[in-house]
Design a protein around this ligand. Sequence first.
Ligand SMILES: [Zn+2]
Length: 179
Amino acid sequence: MAYSEPARTVARRTPLLASSSSSAIRRTLGEAHGAVPDPVPVFDDETPAVANLDPDLLGALRRAATAAADDGVEFVVNGGWRSPEYQEQLLREAVSKYGSEENAARWVATPDTSAHVSGDAVDIGPSAARAWLSEHGAGYGLCQIYRNEPWHYELRPEAINHGCPPMYADPSHDPRMRR
Ligand SMILES: [Zn+2]
């Protein structure tokens, strides 16, 4: 809608964000804080980023991944639950990368507002899995929330009957991100 032009513009830059974030993770806070240096299966019960997800989100994700596997599509988790400290680190890195807190807010939430810190968001790959979810995810209550983050999924149980809600252009438009 009104925000579609900026959303498409920023989406082209996402691979840069993903690669710079993962290299920084290895230098600093580790897996105990929710870092995912290498993608892990959604069925991984050892990695805190997966194991600490909200049980309802994780259950929906695993049911979807099981169905997707029948279609020959494998899901991996590139990010899930994060500690507040790790979210703060990602935010600091984003501020330095994007030049201001305002610009960073389009990509990275604060520890107080991030759905990753509460265990209510998961970043899914690879692109085939995202394509599968964009077609079938609503049937599991799994919804893409932000147009600029095609990997970021949250549980919206009402989507099973009513479809996913309209996406926000980016997190800065999400009322939950305003404190
Ligand atoms: Zn995310």
